[in-house]
Write a protein that binds this ligand. Structure first.
Ligand code: MN
Length: 218
């Protein structure tokens, strides 16, 4: 038996829709620049857009219904609603969820200007809210709409079919670069309409056929 110097952290997990069994999370991968209209709103060049991958720690997950203390060191926290793919055994897609890729946009802009890494802009406490996972056989990611509501107002709305890199292509590219394993989550990028969040705001992201992700900032 392994003897640890102090108790190891409990595994991070997400609810699975329709069951008490939980989805054990290993890593979180995220793709940037995956909807042309969002690339344009960020001032990027759609023609030269290649997928950008980055990661968040599993411990940054937040379940639906939880309150999020406003994060430190930012005055421009942004929401990005995203379809989340949950990887199961044998590299099969286990299911899908709706996630929010919270971003400290001011830190990201500063990092971009310096040509430095974005880690602090993306990977911070409670930066990855995610809904319960819906099993893959109950959802088709090639159609349907993804939306974000802020305090009830529609702020993001797009067709999932508008993703530049589809789910299978994203998995194929990640596999060529990383070691995808059961428990990995992939945030598949956000459409246009990203914007700021303040204390007191409620965000609610949805995709037809999936559980919603709803969080409030305190
Ligand atoms: Mn994103």
């Amino acid at each position: 038996m392994i003897k640890y110097a102090f108790p190891p952290h409990d595994p991070v997990s997400l609810a699975i829709s329709g069951t008490k069994t939980r989805f054990p999370v290993r890593r979180i991968y995220c793709i940037g620049k995956n909807y042309a209209d969002h690339v344009k709103e960020m001032g990027g060049d759609v023609a030269r857009s290649e997928p950008i991958f980055f990661t968040k720690a599993a411990e940054t997950l937040v379940a639906s219904g939880e309150d999020i203390p406003f994060p430190p060191n930012t005055s421009d926290l942004h929401y990005e609603v995203e379809l989340v793919v949950a990887i199961g055994p044998h590299l099969k897609i286990f299911g899908y969820g709706v996630g929010i890729d919270l971003t400290r946009r001011d830190l990201q802009s500063a990092a971009k200007k310096k040509g430095g890494p974005w880690a602090r802009a993306k990977n911070f406490n409670r930066s990855a809210p995610c809904s319960a996972i819906t099993p893959a056989d109950r959802f088709d990611p090639s159609k349907g709409k993804i939306v974000m509501r802020k305090n009830g107002d529609l702020v993001q709305s797009a067709c999932l079919s508008h993703m530049i890199w589809g789910v299978d292509e994203i998995i194929e590219r990640l596999r060529g670069d990383m070691d995808l394993q059961p428990g990995d989550l992939i945030y598949t990028g956000t459409p246009a309409g990203v914007g700021p969040v303040r204390v007191g705001d409620e965000l609610s992201g949805g995709v037809e056929g999936l559980e919603r992700i709803t969080v409030r900032f305190i």
